[in-house]
Design a protein around this ligand. Structure first.
Ligand SMILES: [Zn+2]
Length: 414
């Protein structure tokens, strides 16, 4: 989520809170008689805005948490790779140490061999010196000192052996020196290769550590974002709770307001008594406008435009406006809520004669007959509801003389 988007969310939140605040501020509580359904609906609309903002924040939080989890996985992967490389470096270090030791051993071996050769040479020199001191300077003198041929041969063999032995020692030593030098060169080469490999591993480790630092930075950013969103969610929760309390309080006030108006036991016929012919009863019928079957929710009582419409029972006007959306077909219509749990609806008015929130008495004029909305002529569409269930209004006027038009003829309903 980019920062601009986040900022917009915060601003949206602030606006939502501002919208709520004037209603919750001290001294702002309006007189109970002024509570209207529209006010409660507006509050409920605010509440639903808050709920959708909260949902939005929660979705963002979900996305942020997913980002975080991906980043943590990446970090784990890098750490695993770093561990592998660390192990590799440790192995290479061991290898280098081993080569160090081998080189030292080879060097010692060579030194030993050189010492041995030196010792051998010293021995040879001492023997020669001894022979010189004895006056037997040369091999020849040894040979000539022989008493007979057999002794001469013996002496000759002995000298030969000494010379051969010394030559052998020197040859062996030379071979050993060559081998040691070769080994040492090979070891030093291997060691150099290992050093190079180690340098590569160290570079790779540094690169991974740099990547890990980047991921750490990212995680820190995500954490900050998460904190902010959680804070916003918390604020929204608080605002929603406050609003909810406010709606409940208003609804209680509203209910109290309706309860304050006592209901009469029966309903007053909503038009002047002379308009007592019903053109359309409640229940299944062919709709006069659409020509399709419809369940007529009330009764239609024709009367000239402008005829007074009376409140059928005392109560509080909970709707007094032109229908919109699904209630468009009612035209200008009024709903009066009564404290006995019933309500009455008056549709297709030419003009509305009351205000939402207003307390009306049975028989008060609340509007005038018209043909607004989905209507074919001037008439009152009248409904009676118990709770939210529509009832057939004629059943509440059994003691009144009512007529119904059927096949162009007017017949008594009872
Ligand atoms: Zn009707």
């Amino acid at each position: 989520m980019d920062k601009k988007k986040l900022l917009r969310r915060v601003l949206g939140l602030v606006l939502a809170v501002v919208m709520v605040l004037p209603l919750t501020g001290p001294g702002m509580l309006i007189d109970a008689s002024a509570v209207t359904q529209a006010e409660i609906d507006a509050l409920k609309n605010n509440a639903s805005n808050l709920a959708s903002q909260k949902k939005d924040i929660q979705n963002q939080l979900k996305a942020v948490k997913a980002d975080k989890s991906a980043a943590m996985q990446k970090k784990q992967l890098l750490e695993d790779q770093i561990d592998v490389i660390r192990q590799e470096i440790a192995n290479i270090n061991e290898q280098i140490a081993m080569y160090d030791q081998l080189i030292a051993e080879k060097t010692a071996e060579l030194e030993q061999a050189e010492a041995d050769e030196q010792a051998q040479f010293d021995l040879f020199c001492r023997r020669m010196r001894y022979m010189e001191e004895q006056g037997e300077v040369s091999y020849w003198s040894i040979l000539f000192a022989s008493n007979d041929f057999s002794e001469l041969l013996d002496n000759y063999m002995m000298i030969e052996e000494i010379i051969q032995y010394d030559n052998q020692v020197i040859d062996d030593l030379t071979a050993l020196q060559e081998k040691v030098t070769k080994d040492r060169t090979a070891l030093e080469g291997a060691q150099a290769e290992q050093e190079e490999a180690k340098a590569l591993q160290v570079a790779a480790q540094d690169e991974l550590k740099a990547q890990e630092a980047e991921v750490d930075k990212l995680i820190a950013q995500i954490n900050a974002q998460e904190d902010l969103l959680e804070e916003m969610e918390e604020e929204l929760n608080k605002a929603a709770k406050a609003l909810d309390n406010q709606i409940k309080a208003k609804e209680r006030e509203y209910a109290a307001q309706i309860a304050k108006v006592p209901s009469e036991s029966g309903f007053l016929w909503p038009l002047p008594g002379s308009y007592n012919t019903i053109s359309s009863l409640a229940g299944g019928r062919i709709h006069p406008v659409t020509g399709k079957p419809s369940n007529h929710a009330g009764i239609d009582i024709p009367a000239p435009s402008g005829t007074n419409i009376y409140a059928a029972k005392s109560g509080v006007v909970i709707h007094a406006a032109k229908g919109t959306g699904s209630s468009w077909s009612y035209g200008n219509y009024v709903i009066v809520s009564h404290s006995d749990g019933t309500s009455t609806l008056y549709g297709h008015m030419s003009r509305i004669g009351c205000k939402q929130g207003q307390t009306v008495r049975q028989g008060d004029v609340i509007g005038y007959v018209g043909t607004t909305g989905r209507s074919t002529g001037n008439h009152l569409h009248f409904e009676i509801r118990v709770g939210s269930t529509r009832k057939d209004p004629v059943n509440y006027f059994k003691d009144k003389t009512l007529y119904v038009t059927s096949g162009g003829k007017k017949v008594s309903l009872w």
